[in-house]
Design a protein around this ligand. Structure first.
Ligand SMILES: Nc1ncnc2c1ncn2[C@@H]1O[C@H](COP(=O)(O)OP(=O)(O)OP(=O)(O)O)[C@@H](O)[C@H]1O
Length: 226
């Protein structure tokens, strides 16, 4: 059982604290959905969880996970995929070449680029430069990054932006399968992601943070998901 724990974790930019102290845990098979208005600090918090920004206070820790080298993981960054607003793929390099880079950079258990692109319904673009893809195709190719290397924690910042309804549903299936294998998901979103039984962390300005605020079901009702 892997558990990621935030204890009084606050996040910010430069010297300014944007997100006040947060406490939450996410364990194997669970998902945490971070919601809140534009500019409230969802991306800032996710980048801090991923280790891309220093915490302004408190700590984020991981228990029960192994690094790709088989050592006990001490940092979230050792066990996580981070999918941010930017795709982290080079425009002039083929999709296959980009995925090969991430396989060698991250290491660990790998799967073929062909299998990963099939899973996101994008097999036909494998040998095209990433920059030739449409916005939605680029997003799906970036999602294939989650599949070419196994990492237990997926940190996802608005993962379904630019995706059509079919691709959103397909990604929901991939997230469900990841959780069923014991994976963990922390996602920021303005839209329902199709995550069942997800817990919610709703960020608010100048207020006590409301863990278990909106649920995925509330978002689904707004969006017409069924
Ligand atoms: N690179 C940066 N440097 C300085 N400040 C930043 C940077 N990126 C974001 N901020 C500031 O941090 C605050 C939180 O931004 P953040 O992107 O985390 O919000 P968000 O909740 O993810 O917003 P959205 O829903 O619009 O994506 C904002 O006030 C923003 O101006």
């Amino acid at each position: 059982m892997i558990t990621v724990t935030a204890a009084g974790l606050s996040a910010g930019r430069g010297s300014e604290t944007v997100v006040p102290p947060q406490d939450f845990t996410v364990s194997s098979g669970e998902a945490l959905v971070v919601t809140g208005k534009n500019g409230i600090g969802k991306s800032t918090l996710l980048r801090t969880i991923a280790g891309l920004l220093p915490a302004m206070g408190g700590a984020i820790s991981v228990d029960g996970a192994l690094t790709p080298e088989g050592e006990p993981a001490e940092h979230v960054s050792e066990i996580a995929h981070y999918l941010g607003h930017r795709h982290a793929m080079k425009a002039s390099v083929t999709v296959r070449g980009n995925l090969a880079f991430w396989q060698s950079f991250l290491g660990g258990v790998r799967h073929t680029a062909e299998e990963a692109l099939e899973a996101v319904d994008l097999s036909h673009v494998l040998d095209l430069p990433f920059g030739y893809l449409s916005a939605g195709q680029q997003r799906r190719a970036a999602m294939a990054r989650l599949l070419v290397v196994e990492r237990p924690l997926w940190i996802l910042d608005e993962p379904t932006s630019a995706l059509d309804v079919h691709a959103q549903a397909r990604f929901a299936v991939l997230m469900t399968a990841h959780r069923a294998k014991g994976g963990l998901i922390i996602a920021a979103t303005h839209h329902a992601l199709g995550l069942e039984d997800a817990r919610s962390l709703h960020l608010e300005r100048d207020a006590t943070p409301a863990f278990h605020g909106f649920t995925e079901e509330d978002l689904a009702a707004e969006e017409g998901w069924s």
